[in-house]
Each structure stands twice: as structure tokens, then as C-alpha cells.
Design a protein around this ligand. Sequence first.
Ligand SMILES: O=C(O)CCC(=O)C(=O)O
Length: 209
Amino acid sequence: MQFNLFANQVTSLAALPLPDADVLYQAGWLSAVESNQLAAQLQKELPWRQDSIKLYGREVKIPRLQSWHGAPHCHYQYSNLSLTPQRMTASLSHIQQRLQRELACQFNCVLANWYRDGQDGMGMHADDEPELGAQPVIASLSLGAARKFSFKHLASGKRTDFILEPGSLLVMRGATQQHYHHGLAKTRKPVSDRINLTYRYIIDPGANQ
Ligand SMILES: O=C(O)CCC(=O)C(=O)O
């Protein structure tokens, strides 16, 4: 099943129809002008890199560029990849402040992904690493090309696709990561660059709980 959310012009955060999940979506969180400016700025200012992961014993380059930013304790591991945080830039911090105000929660790190064309994507996965805590809030801002984003309900196997438009905000929270995998499929259609920012909160193991 596929929903084109932009067509519905969701102008404030609205719940998506996904059983067992808590996912919110807002089109036009940034205007077209703001999202184009931010994408161009991030392309220039972030230290983008193409990391490799081990797959069946072989080193394979991940199909996208990425840049990981956050507080000094925000070390992040996924798919045998260990990410050391770079400093937040002014533009990343500015978005973080606005998200914190509007969502009434804290973030301390962000994964920036740059999908250069339709051959770049992200496989189905859950953001369920222990450092994110049991029910993480993940705020995902899309810039650039519109791309299909999929959720797979683990119990039923049912897949639901959404088109993420530039300037849109998707928020995954509650038990979403326990019940769903999500991902960004590759496509043969001609698509231009897309940048995605996923803000997260990593628990500081050194802090008094
Ligand atoms: O690019 C996207 O919209 C997905 C990013 C994502 O799934 C992630 O960073 O975990």
C-alpha cells in the first residue's frame, strides 16, 4: 500500500496509519526555499564520507554518503560500523533547537545521509541499538528529491510505503522500532540528490541516572 502524503497537505504533525507504531508526519515543515538552502549548505559544510560495512565477510561500501554529529559521548554503532561524533554545525544545531521545542523532547546527535541518486538507499532495519534506549524518539527531516520510504510490520510482514517530500518531517517514537523495520529503497527512476537528517538521543553512560 502506498500513501502520497504530500497530496494530503498535512500541515501539522499527524499520525500515520501504522498499527503498533507511533509515527507522525508533517509536510512542509521547511518551505521549499528553506529546504533547498539547507541542503546546499549541508552538502558544502559537512565532512561527508562513504563508509564500508562487512557483509558475509566482505567489505562493502554503503550506498550513500553519511556524516555523524553530536555530543562527545555520542558514539554510535550499527552494522559493525562505529561512528565517532563530529561537532554539530550551526545549521544542524538550529534545526535541533526547533525540533526540541516543537516535539518537547531532547536530541543530542544527528545522522546525515546523502543519497546521490536512485542507486543510493538504505536497507530495511530498526533503530534499536541499546544506546538509543527502549523507545527512542527519532525525528527525520527530508531535503531534496522525494523518495519512497517503507515500513514493514514485523508480526504480519505487511509493508506500507510513503513518499517523503522535501521539507517534510517524520517522527518515529513509542514502540515503533520494536514492531517495524524501515528503509529507503533504491529506484531505477531518475532522481536527484536527497539529504536526510535523523536526530536522536544517545544516553550518556557516564551521567548520573
Ligand atoms: O533517509 C531516510 O529517510 C532514512 C534514514 C534512516 O532510516 C536512518 O537514518 O536510520
